[in-house]
Design a protein around this ligand. Structure first.
Ligand code: TRP
Length: 338
């Protein structure tokens, strides 16, 4: 049996989103919704595995609305593609429990992200952080989703989802019940780095706000941050070899190429021999032109939280209608009386 193509992805509601999230993920999602049916959730249950999500309920609520607003402002059309918060669809949590009983401790012990996130004090990490990838597998498989756009760092979690799907299918005599979801790796073509340090990824947790362009920044803030971005004292490169060991220049060229939807070589050719200052002005103008309307829409949406909540509720209703029959079937397969 072949499974119908369906895309599912999600982002955690933690802090604010930035240019890297837009170019690395959201822009691809917007394109994918033209090609296949998609579901995009805000994974609020996953956010609870982080201390920041756990200790600050109001911040979690606000961040959930903000991520939903970013999806919409970037161009995900909620009339066409359900946008919802994960906790609103209880089937995610129900399937995660069953998957907790399918996945083996040894499989989870290999997860590198848990090792990184739990740090030196594994015994103090929450159990939720440990089973985080099991919940992620449930997010995907509760809809029998086949394609999952994620960053490179989530590849291992996708492999786990495939292992869980295969073991469930095998253990419950249901070959092909769950698909083998494929990662669609996004963000490698456009790894957006910090504007203060070309060796570090642009990150929502970087303490310097000047290091990133937030999806809530207005045009002046965007232009100012680009103009103050770290560069170097060499002339603009004439070829891609000239970009070697110049991470800041490389990053700015990558951002330009991604926003202009041009390949990097043609951007290099366009600016070869010019001054950094002129290039930065062009990049600031381009960023404001492309991102300004999105960040303005984001601020407009955030001014009306009730509207975002309606969109989330509506998306959750649609998502539930898809998940409920699959979950019923899962329950029957494992022997629950439904
Ligand atoms: N773990 C993902 C991340 O940090 C977020 C996520 C949770 C997710 N559930 C998902 C991504 C399901 C794709 C599909 O990026």
């Amino acid at each position: 049996m072949t499974h119908k193509p369906l895309v599912l992805s999600g982002m955690q509601p933690t802090n604010t989103l930035h240019l890297g999230n837009y170019l690395g993920a959201l822009k691809n999602w917007v394109r994918m919704q033209e090609e296949m049916p998609c579901l995009f959730c805000v994974v609020d249950m996953h956010a609870l595995t982080q201390d920041s999500g756990y200790a600050l309920p109001e911040a979690l609520t606000r961040a959930t609305r903000e991520v939903a607003a970013a999806y919409i402002a970037a161009g995900v059309d909620p009339a066409h593609t359900p946008i919802f918060n994960q906790s609103r669809v209880p089937e995610h949590g129900e399937l995660a429990w069953i998957f907790n009983c399918v996945a083996r401790l040894g499989w989870l012990d290999r997860m590198t992200q848990f090792k990184e996130k739990s740090g030196k004090h594994k015994e103090r990490a929450s159990v939720g952080l440990y089973t985080y990838p099991v919940l992620m597998a449930a997010d995907i498989l509760v809809y029998k989703a086949t394609h999952v756009p994620v960053g490179e760092d989530q590849k291992q979690h996708l492999e786990l989802a495939r292992d869980i799907a295969a073991k469930f299918n095998n253990d419950f005599g249901a070959p092909d019940f769950f698909p083998q979801p494929e990662p669609v790796i996004t963000g490698t073509a456009t790894r957006v780095m910090s504007l203060r340090d070309g060796a570090k990824k642009m990150s929502k947790t970087d303490e310097s706000d000047a290091s990133r362009i937030n999806l809530t920044d207005d045009a002046d803030a965007i232009a100012g941050k680009i103009k103050r971005a770290k560069s170097d004292s060499f002339p603009l490169p004439a070829s891609k070899e000239d970009l070697k060991d110049r991470p800041e220049a490389e990053n700015l060229f990558n951002i330009y190429a991604a926003l202009a939807e041009q390949d990097r070589d043609s951007v290099i050719a366009q600016f070869a021999g010019q001054q950094f200052s002129g290039f930065k002005t062009a990049l600031a103008d381009l960023t404001v032109a492309k991102l300004g309307p999105i960040t303005a829409e984001m601020r407009r949406l955030l001014a009306d939280p009730a509207e975002i909540d309606r969109i989330l509720k509506n998306g959750a209703d649609k998502a539930r209608a898809l998940a409920a029959p699959i979950m019923d079937e899962v329950k029957k397969r494992v022997g629950f009386i439904v």
